[in-house]
Design a binder for this molecule. Structure first.
Ligand code: PLP
Length: 485
């Protein structure tokens, strides 16, 4: 009698199927521009995913065929050259191969002595160099900028407690005095979530007004800090936007650093996508990013690496370790053998078991070179600026915020004024999704609904901006014509 295993009975057959799937994948990417960006999932396809749990095996050939026909055709669409919704990266061809190799190795990158640690340390050291960050700083590859923000703000909080002689890991939040954290009204939801999760509470997150470029007003920030101090609060951290989610705005980093120094506060940068501008000819836009105590960023947005992959850098390595390191008996390290490896990455974050995310980042950077990423980031910014110019020339369109980086907020204007503007623009967005030519998302600026184009896409051409304009106008006119008596 044979032992059970999950390996194939016939490796040649497996290899044959694997090759066929790779051929499918290559064609899938090569022809992406010819397909719709997004399409609705038909009901008979949805039914496939309501079937009962299989107790018996399915042939690999049949299984792959189902995946190709019923899964692959219905993606979110962010690999398409005209996907501009939210802030989503495109992925890279070499990243696909890296994911396959990482899956084959199936290492646990939480710690121990094996190659993934070297790859991750190298990726982090490259990023430190690119951000002009000190080599002694610590870092971690994360699931994304949400986790990175959570880690940065947690270290900031614990570091503050430490500075007043309180071990927050022992006492918990009930052991420390009232603390407050600051950011603009434009901060990302992941900051709010982090503040809620670590027991600070949203009320203690002071959201400061912005100027017409959507940058935090420094005088308002400083006034609020003083007011809080006078009311017995302990300000501990300012979160700076480097590429705000709504409009791509970048706060005055040098100004924020000055205030942080004056009041002894931690400066955390949320640079999910904007921090990568540092790689491009527009790098002056993010001057001062190196002054932050911690930087959160993503590889899966503007470095196009496959989901998911983010990163965080913390200047004070010891503060980082003090917050997260925990090595119980069953995780003791040795000086030689597999249990060696110095500091484990699990000592710098939440996950113990971790995937080998570093490989797809490492292979992407090696394959393309940093200059290429810089050129594409600059290209996306130029596309956004061009789109902004096109919008300004159109009677029926209005630009809603200055185009600082890669985000364009605008809306369709019905000059007859008979229909509700928010409703018309919402319908334009949904209709465009259904037509599948262009995907945008939406946001609200000063309470007004607007269409939002965010370009973090290495497949986009300059001409695609004309398609955006034409599509919005065409769909807008149709909606107006149908709905006006
Ligand atoms: C996307 C984003 C985040 C959250 O990052 P995830 O990778 O989605 O977790 C945080 N801040 C900003 C500005 C973002 O754009």
């Amino acid at each position: 009698m044979n032992d059970y295993s999950l390996d194939p009975d016939n490796w040649d057959e497996f290899q044959n199927e694997a090759h066929k799937l790779v051929d499918f994948i290559v064609a899938y990417l090569k022809n992406v521009r010819e397909r719709k960006v997004w399409q609705e999932i038909p009901n008979d396809i949805k039914n496939e995913f309501r079937k009962k749990v299989p107790m018996e095996p399915m042939e690999l050939e049949k299984l792959i065929s189902i995946a190709e026909k019923k899964i692959a055709p219905y993606p979110q669409g962010n690999i398409h050259p005209r996907f501009f919704g939210w802030v989503n990266g495109t992925g890279t061809p070499v990243g696909i191969l890296a994911e396959m190799l990482a899956a084959a190795m199936n290492v646990n990158a939480g710690g121990r002595e094996h190659i993934s640690n070297y790859v991750e340390r190298q990726v982090l050291s490259w990023i430190k160099t690119l951000f002009d960050y000190p080599t002694e700083s610590s870092g971690l590859i994360t699931s994304g900028c949400s986790e990175s923000n959570l880690i940065g703000i947690t270290v900031a909080r614990n570091h503050f407690a430490d500075s007043i002689g309180i071990n927050l890991r022992e006492t918990g939040m009930c052991g420390i005095p009232k603390i407050t954290i600051y950011g603009s009204t434009q901060i990302h939801s992941s900051i709010i979530k982090a503040v809620e999760l670590i027991g600070i509470g949203k009320k203690q997150l002071r959201m400061i007004a912005v100027d017409r470029e959507f940058k935090i007003k420094l005088t308002d920030l400083e006034n609020k800090i003083n007011e809080d101090i006078n009311n017995g609060y302990n300000p501990f951290c300012v979160v700076a936007n480097v590429g705000s989610v709504n409009t791509g705005a970048i706060d005055d980093l040098i100004g924020i650093r000055r205030i942080c120094d004056k009041y002894n506060l931690w400066m955390h940068v949320d640079g999910a996508f904007g921090s990568l501008i540092k790689l491009s000819e527009y790098k002056d836009l993010v001057n001062g990013i190196e002054l932050a105590d911690s930087i959160a960023f993503d590889f899966h947005k503007w470095m196009f690496v496959q989901y998911d992959a983010g990163g965080v850098l913390i200047k004070d390595n010891q503060a980082h370790l003090n917050t997260f390191s925990l090595r119980p008996d069953y995780l003791e390290s040795e000086s030689r053998g597999l249990a060696a490896g110095g500091r484990w990455f699990s000592e710098y974050g939440i996950q113990l078991s971790r995937g080998f995310r570093a490989l797809k980042i490492w292979m992407s950077i090696k394959n393309y070179g940093i200059k290429r990423f810089g050129n594409i980031i600059a290209q996306n910014i130029k596309q956004a600026k061009y789109l902004g110019k096109l919008i300004e020339k159109e009677d029926h369109l209005r630009l809603m915020a200055p185009v600082i980086t890669n985000i364009v907020c605008f809306k369709y204007i019905d000059n007859s004024k008979q229909l509700d503007e928010d409703l018309v623009n919402r319908e334009i967005m949904i209709k465009m999704h259904e037509r599948g030519k262009v995907v945008t998302s939406s946001t609200r600026l000063n309470g007004e609904f607007c269409l939002r184009v965010a370009i973090t896409n290495h497949r986009t051409h300059m001409d695609d901006m004309l398609v955006v304009i034409n599509e919005v106008k065409e769909v807008g006119e149709k909606i107006i014509n149908i709905n006006t008596p």
